[in-house]
Write a protein that binds this ligand. Sequence first.
Ligand code: ASP
Ligand code: MG
Length: 477
Amino acid sequence: MLVLKFGGTSVANANRITDVFSIVSNLHKKNKKIAVVCSALSGVTDDLIRVSRMAASRDDDYKKVLTIIRQRHLACIRELGIAKDKELLLFIDESFDALADLLHGVYLVKELSTRTLDFVSGQGELLSTRIIASYFNHKKLKSIFIDARKIIVTDENFGAGVVDFKNTNLRIQSAIGKSNTVSVVTGFVSATLSGEMTTLGRGGSDYTAAIVAAAVHAKEIQIWTDVDGVLTADPRKVKKAFPVSSMTYTEAMEMSHFGAKVIHPPTIQPALEKNIPLYIKNTFNPSAPGTYISVNSSDGDYLIKGISSIDDVILLTLEGSGMVGVAGISARLFNALAQAKINVILITQGSSEHTISFAVKPADGMPAKKAIDAAFELEIKAKMIEPVYVEPNLSIIAVIGENMRHQPGISGKLFQALGKNGISVVATAQGSSELNISVAIKREDLNKALNAIHQSFFLSDIKTVNVFLVGVGLIGG
Ligand code: ASP
Ligand code: MG
């Protein structure tokens, strides 16, 4: 079984859906067992959430926005040439009637529960998937529409249901995998055991694909998106970034922790447990090789797999002679942060034990300082420890890759690239797994640093030469 997942931009309109059909029908020639998991048409989930909030705040325009969403789906149906499918049109009408009823209720009580929001925001997948299944059949690719609320069981944690794998796996196994019929499955949506609609959380369609694939022991998951795979760096910041041909699950998780939005770590978990490889492919460029993610990756030509970054962080430092050789300081520090529910992005302490620094999101900076200053109040009064020192406007860059393990010279190369470009390093951290070396630098240096590091690790044999011709007449011509 092959599980294919198409994201919102891949099913954005009739043209895109036609491309999806070509991809699926080509693959179907070689793989008879295929499950296709679909997202909502791009932007529809956001629109549905917006409509709900508008209704809850008694903004009458919510009806207009709902009509626009409906028209968008109807236009898509017309352009796909499937407006004769009466059952499909009935499905669309019933869905929007149910939405209108529910939103009217929200409007009246001025209250939007997470339960209601799940019902509304998940309609996008039900609509898109129903349309896609109908189009596949119209094109003579035998398909069945599968409403994932019947196969993915979660608890009542609305907004991000926790999957009950035992029931889910049984249901998936009996619903999917009838030979030669393509199963077209709604992403993102699920239901409780008693049948109440839930969702798997934003971006949850990837997770749907992984859950389905794990349940049927699929041989591969293909995530079809709008980029050529996982890139070596953020292409908006590094023009010369290029797709990585293969990487391990661990590397993919490290990359996505740092903002490379292609896959979310929890998404991979079911696939990882079953060792199911994952392909990231581009619907807009299907012939591009994409990125292959599995247990092993071919070693590749480069020392690292990729560079990722977090744009804006704050570094806090606790410092003082009262910390040296004293047990329990870091426990108290991080306990104070935990109590304040603050997530720590990077931690570093030198062996002199004189300072501990850690990075947090900007919004967490001041609450973190308050919590720690309070926790060390006595030491601060006694001048054994300084009040927390706050350094805003920093970025973190991480170089990532399993090849770095036991490989000397990587940090040398990293720091040399930064040093040569006059970029000073504020803090550094490396886990003992040697999978990731992180550095904090000034935010204003981020783009320059990313490009310098990228150049040094990936493009060292390519030199850029700028040629300028100056003059009038012959030269200008
Ligand atoms: N449509 C949902 C969202 O935008 C789920 C997904 O696209 O993965 O969050
Ligand atoms: Mg999406």
